[in-house]
Write a protein that binds this ligand. Structure first.
Ligand SMILES: [Fe+2]
Length: 215
């Protein structure tokens, strides 16, 4: 899992490396003080605004993911496990992570920066899906444990699970709307998941249902 988390970090870096080469307009409305102003700016300049807002979002995830790695390390310690052990499952997860990174790199080296952005968004969705699933499973395991390990895992879950749900559902929203934008139809950028601060599957469903109001 540690390796997997590490790959998520790499994927995000790849996405940014690509974007870092794009000529962008001066849209740096990354604060949270005036949503209406941001949307107005976005409508007149989808690409520039979308880039800055998504970059801010993923950078936040990156910081959180680094913290999650440390938190998970403390769970391994409580379980008496060596975090450096190479388990059979771990190598499979690594291969999947490397495939996602390769896809992002290939897209970045192509001639369409919008496609590279979409590939990066979809790759993060795939990585975050696995991440979210892992933490859901860890949360379910808490009730079957006891002692120090139960306490460590319970604390870790409480600290991480909501953030992981946020990572997944918000990136799904970004990927959906970036695709619609690419396909030339009205898109809600930033996605309603951002405005509604979605952190559950039900919340994500609601946000998607109401997306027309945000276009
Ligand atoms: Fe995540």
């Amino acid at each position: 899992m540690q390796v997997y988390l590490g790959h998520v970090i790499v994927i995000r870096r790849e996405g940014f490396e690509h974007h870092g080469t794009c000529p962008l307009g001066g849209a740096s409305l990354s604060g949270h003080r005036d949503r209406a102003r941001r949307r107005k700016t976005l409508r007149s300049s989808h690409r520039e605004y979308g880039y800055e807002d998504l970059k801010e979002e993923w950078n936040k995830y990156l910081d959180e993911t680094r913290t999650h790695q440390e938190i998970l390390g403390s769970v391994f310690e409580a379980a008496g496990l060596d975090i450096g052990t190479e388990s059979p499952g771990r190598s499979v997860v690594r291969q999947k992570g490397e495939a996602l990174v390769a896809a992002v790199r290939a897209a970045r080296n192509g001639d369409d920066p919008k496609i590279a952005e979409l590939v990066a968004a979809e790759s993060v969705v795939e990585a975050e899906s696995k991440n979210h699933q892992n933490w859901e499973l860890l949360g379910r395991m808490v009730e079957h444990l006891d002692g120090e390990l139960r306490e460590a895992l319970s604390e870790a879950y409480d600290e991480v699970a909501d953030q992981e749900a946020h990572h997944l559902f918000h990136t799904m929203g970004w990927a959906r709307e970036l695709w619609l934008d690419y396909l030339g139809v009205p898109a809600a950028l930033p996605p309603p998941e951002e405005e509604k601060q979605v952190a559950t599957q039900i919340g994500a469903g609601r946000a998607e249902k109401q997306r027309d109001e945000y276009v």
